[in-house]
Design a protein around this ligand. Sequence first.
Ligand code: HEC
Length: 329
Amino acid sequence: MAALAAIVYIGFRESPEARLQRLQARYSAVAAELGAQCPIAAPEDQAAFDRCRQALFGKSALRDSLPEVLLWGRARGQPIKDTPLTQFAPDVYAGLYAPLFMFEGRATVVFDETEQLYKATLPVRFRNRLAPGQFPYPFWHDATKWGAYQSTTALLFYISPGSGRIKVAQFLPGTVDAPLAAQVAADVAAFDGQWLWTDAAGRTQPQVTLFDGLYSAGNPHLAAIESAYRALALELREGQCNDCHIPKNPNKMKHLVLLQTPAHAAGEVRRILRSVRRGEMPQDDDGKEKALPATVKARLLNKAEAFDAVLTEARQWEAAQKQSVSDPN
Ligand code: HEC
């Protein structure tokens, strides 16, 4: 009790300078680790990308600084409250999004008066020449977004002062020059509207969304994750969830929730179960609850539960592998 009181007391007494120093030290360490695990490399370097995402998806300083639901998007020079953002579970951000950047290893923390939050700026570059299946979905569905991602100069982490965790993360676009603009236009023209597709070798893409390279290739549950997701995806379509929960954000959701790939849906499956059970989802265009026919609802819940169960098995298998490596008995 005495120790707790002392902690609260110190927390209460912390001066703005001390708090800034504490957050600067913490985010310098986060940035240094990112610089070591995800250093500047060639933008097409798959091995560098794999090392980076495996490190971040595991136990990392970045991951320790993520909230339960991270808000992520492009910095648009507007207050955060007026900026569209996407919601991500830590697995999805640490495994699929953050590793798309290469880090210089430095961070500068300031207090942002407009947002009334601390802000860490980390200089980065974007891996814009990976194979299409290495991106969580085709960012080139939208020319502005694809140009912005590729020209990124820094990540901005807005930090909750109390917890010291990131609340909102944004990428800060630089200049889109003429050659980049031409490349963007060509990529956008080639996009066929599919968020999931099958490549010439018959593999489902984007392969990163099937936990390829995040879970061990020997994980016996990988095939079941894909089939359980496909079964769920049919029910999501039936429930009209795709009218809103896709990257094009047709409903102009302020904090978009994505469900269109196995990894995205895996990050949200508990919230899918909760919101559908409570009858909060789906909605209509005015945000009013829209009842699902009982049989559709029952099937959707059943497939979501099955997907959740197989994800749990896959995670447990990974954890057991790590255990047996660290403990040979
Ligand atoms: C007409 C548009 C629309 C449709 C259709 C729709 N949703 Fe949503 N959904 C929303 C909006 C808007 C939010 C709130 C986002 C926010 O937090 O700002 C939301 C939030 C969610 C969330 C996060 C809830 C939470 O706990 O915060 C989940 C999960 C979700 N929807 C699942 C579904 C599923 C599953 C379906 C299909 C059965 C569905 N939605 C259909 C618009 C829609």
